[in-house]
Design a protein around this ligand. Structure first.
Ligand code: FES
Ligand SMILES: [Fe+2]
Length: 352
């Protein structure tokens, strides 16, 4: 049985990915077609014609409907068949599944579970790409691995010291100290100071400092959204803050934000969407470009490790992990996901 959880919102792409031209996406092993109606709203339908299973994404959008370009059946944006060329009677079962879909903060989110449970207030508060407070650039990466391995990677940033020694140039402190972990409604928060560290470029005002204190805090929201805020301060600031969250009275030298979403396309394939960039008050377009370029090379380092890990796991799936103290956030998050998973048995397939 699949370990993928149905009752969740999943990112199907950036808002800019979708237009009047149908686009195919896979989520939890299911093909989905997305396109925009004449009013600009998004439609997400099962990408499998009710007639003989041709992909509707190879079809043609007509007003708000989509026509299968194999034998011409036409489906409304509610998933009901409106026309069968050469046939008067349209059977009840001539329909495709319609998925709840929401556009929020530059991502398009599709609800894969019981439609009656789709509550878009549970969607993570990522940052919109046109938020004037940030200069964000984007990318995505496809994985041959189960998405939980990518979640686990993000939930434990001790790996920065080892996997990303070259790209991010992370200090030893990333692997040696432990963050404070808090439980949120639908995820976890992990925060800490990296004290007296060399500043991580790009630097802004931090360029004038040999050592800085770095405040770093992320929320990881179910099923896989990672929202990380990082800010550099003059060395000594962490102590002044009692090693708690820095207040507005302390001068930020440079800060940045990244929204990332890990999405199961199928049991063993995943897509990783990300944006990254500096605060508009502290950095420039050029800084944003440096950051996204570094991030892209760093994420390839993760991909090499995680895909290799998946191959080893697949060879002997009965072998269990041996958690360390760095795995606290992973353990808590996995428990939350399991609780979410009881909804797996809820009715999930409701035709329009
Ligand atoms: S498969 Fe779509 S109309 Fe025949
Ligand atoms: Fe990483």
């Amino acid at each position: 049985m699949s370990n993928l959880i149905r009752n969740c919102w999943y990112v199907a792409g950036w808002s800019t990915d979708f237009s009047r031209t149908p686009e195919q996406r896979w989520l939890l092993g299911e093909p989905i077609v997305l396109y925009r109606r004449t009013d600009g709203g998004i439609v997400a339908l099962e990408d499998r014609c009710a007639h003989r299973m041709a992909p509707l994404s190879a079809g043609r959008v007509e007003d708000d409907a989509i026509r299968c370009m194999y034998h011409g059946l036409k489906f409304g944006s509610d998933g009901r068949c409106m026309e069968i060329p050469g046939q008067e009677l349209i059977p009840d079962r001539a329909c495709v599944r319609r998925y709840p879909v929401v556009e929020k903060n530059s991502w398009v989110w599709v609800w894969m579970g019981d439609p009656s449970l789709a509550d878009d207030s549970r969607i993570a508060n990522s940052k919109a790409l046109d938020d004037p407070s940030w200069i964000l650039k984007t990318g995505h990466l496809d994985y041959e691995a189960n998405y939980e391995l990518i979640n686990d990677n993000l939930l434990d940033l001790t790996h920065l010291t080892y996997v990303h020694a070259g790209s991010f140039g992370a200090d030893e402190a990333w692997s040696r100290n432990r963050p404070k972990i808090e439980t949120l409604d639908n995820g976890i928060r992990s925060s800490r100071w990296i004290i007296n560290s060399p500043p991580i470029p790009p630097l802004g005002k931090a360029a004038q400092h040999e050592r800085v204190d770095i405040w770093t805090s992320f929320d990881f929201i179910m099923p896989g959204t990672f929202l990380l805020y990082t800010a550099m301060y003059a060395a000594g600031t962490a102590r002044l803050c009692g090693e708690g969250e820095p207040g507005a009275e302390h001068e930020i030298l440079f800060n940045n934000f990244t929204s990332q979403a890990v999405v199961p396309l199928s049991e063993q394939t995943s897509r990783y969407y990300f944006s990254w960039g500096p605060g508009a008050a502290f950095g420039t377009e050029a800084d944003a470009q440096i950051m996204i370029d570094v991030a892209k090379s760093a994420f390839l380092e993760d991909k090499v490790m995680i895909e290799a890990q998946q191959r080893i796991i697949n060879a002997n799936p009965q072998v269990r992990p041996m958690p360390t103290s760095a795995d606290k956030a992973i353990t808590i998050f996995q428990r939350m996901m399991k609780a979410q998973d009881v909804a797996r048995d809820a009715p999930v397939f409701e035709r329009a």
